[in-house]
Design a protein around this ligand. Structure first.
Ligand SMILES: Nc1nc2c(ncn2[C@@H]2O[C@H](COP(=O)(O)OP(=O)(O)OP(=O)(O)O)[C@@H](O)[C@H]2O)c(=O)[nH]1
Length: 440
């Protein structure tokens, strides 16, 4: 799952959007306030200042000039505008062709190219294409063995020449050697700055490979210097897309966004860990939907369809009547089938309440424990958990061989779910309508 590039943006933006309620038309003051939040958050995330200014100017102009479409509230209208403009920056869905191709990876030293080469190989191998990787990094001593080892783990072909200093010749030989593969990935040497001899070598490799796709690999935490770098790579060999790595770190991500905008390309993939599986296609839609707090409903629904029997997830009944502990247990059980509860919650448009992080950390073992605890409860307690005071907690813990903390934890879930359901009920919308309303 994507870690938000613009984590900073999420909370504050949601808050200002939430403030625009019940209005037919957006005021200049509303836009100003919203734009201030957007600017503050984006600048904190290291997005280029001119880019931020241009974005918020466009948002302001459109918000004040354009009339909300018929039937849409001012709030929906502004969400759409912000959404559109953010999509304009990160790029609309990038298509990753699943076909025979030569790929070249370039980037600054340590940006994660070598790791990404293996991740890409794994990605295409999983799509059923025969994949090979060529190590054209003849500068860094450890590059050859690092890539060879990674290719072994991913189980794809590898070509490299440990002793060679001539990257262009290695690439030529590698392409010949791997001519039976369908996807060939060339990992090049990292540039720590843009030395002219390395630029020349990169141009020569690009000519030799005749790459169908050249990806600029960027460390997510890269700051303002990215603009110059991205332009230099783009001028030298032309960039078709950006791969952002290390999104699992304390990434701000603004630098990467600037690179995308500067080179007029799109984010193709994102990497969020050292392992080769921690890599996925960039999905701007879900990224921005969640950023705006609209809930990634489509994804959730899709997953629900994939993994659940329809009767497993009866959201409407969850919202009716009083929740018993048995209901909570059943719902927790079906919801956890969808994925980690925390993730699910982040996808649902549940409104302003914030759930404690640890409360969402629910595992199979925990579910088993809850079941045991509930076995020690009377029918009355199961139907009306509010009757359970501290002496009953003690008794239930003793009876079930668990601790009082564990019993209280189950009761905490009950309270939390009840609150959540109440909140949804407050919207007076049946779930399916709500999905439509928030889904895109
Ligand atoms: N946490 C995390 N670490 C990553 C990710 N991608 C790469 N790394 C780590 O970043 C470090 C540098 O990655 P490399 O793949 O060696 O980088 P490189 O660009 O090939 O390096 P040079 O060849 O020196 O230019 C390694 O320790 C990787 O394990 C990622 O998505 N998340």
């Amino acid at each position: 799952m994507i870690i938000l590039v613009l984590d900073n943006l999420g909370g504050s933006l949601k808050k200002s959007i939430r403030n625009i309620v019940g209005k037919g038309r957006i005021s200049e003051k509303d836009v100003k306030e919203l734009n201030k939040e957007i600017q503050r958050a984006l600048l904190k995330s290291d997005v280029d200042v001119r880019m931020v200014k241009a974005l918020t100017d466009r948002i302001k102009k459109r918000a004040l000039d354009e009339k909300p479409p018929k039937g849409a509230s001012a709030r929906e209208h502004i969400i759409n505008i912000v959404y559109d403009e953010l999509v304009n920056i990160v790029g609309k869905g990038t298509e990753i062709p699943v076909e025979e191709q030569d790929i070249m990876l370039v980037g600054l030293q340590g940006s994660g190219k070598t790791t990404t080469a293996a991740k890409l190989a794994y990605y295409f191998k999983n799509k059923g294409l025969k994949t090979g990787v060529i190590c054209a990094d003849t500068h860094r001593p450890g590059a050859y063995s690092q890539l060879k080892k990674l290719c072994g783990e991913v189980n794809c072909l590898f070509y490299g020449e440990q002793e060679s200093e001539d990257a262009v010749s290695v690439v030529k030989n590698g392409l010949k050697e791997l001519n039976k593969t369908e996807v060939r990935i060339v990992d090049t040497a990292g540039r720590h700055s843009l030395e002219s001899d390395l630029i020349t070598e990169m141009e020569e490799i690009e000519e030799t490979v005749g790459a169908d796709r050249t990806y600029l690999v960027i460390d997510a935490s890269i700051g303002k210097g990215v603009k110059k770098q991205a332009n230099a790579f783009n001028d030298a060999i032309g960039i078709d897309g950006v791969i952002i790595t290390k999104l699992d770190g304390t990434a701000k991500g603004g630098g990467a966004l600037t690179a995308v905008s500067e080179t007029d390309t799109k984010i193709a993939f994102i990497g969020s860990g050292e392992k080769y599986e921690e890599f996925e296609e960039f999905d701007p839609d879900s990224f921005i939907s969640r950023l705006l707090g609209m809930g990634d409903i489509q994804k959730l629904m899709h997953r629900a369809e994939e993994r659940l029997d329809p009767e497993d997830m009866d959201m409407e009944s969850m919202m009716k009547g009083d929740l018993t502990l048995k209901d909570v247990y059943q719902q927790l059980e079906s919801i956890t089938k969808l994925g980690p509860l925390k993730q699910i919650m982040s996808m649902l448009p549940t409104g302003p309440q914030k759930l404690p992080d640890d409360a969402l950390d629910i595992t199979k073992e925990k579910m088993e424990k809850f079941r045991i605890i509930m076995d020690s409860m009377t029918d009355e307690e199961l139907e009306k958990p509010q009757v359970i005071g501290s002496s009953r907690v003690k008794r239930i813990a003793r009876g079930s061989g668990t601790s009082r903390e564990e019993v209280n934890e189950l009761l905490k879930y009950h309270k939390m779910m009840k609150k959540l359901m109440k909140n949804m009920r407050g919207k007076r919308l049946p779930m399916n309508k709500m999905m439509k309303k928030f889904g895109r």
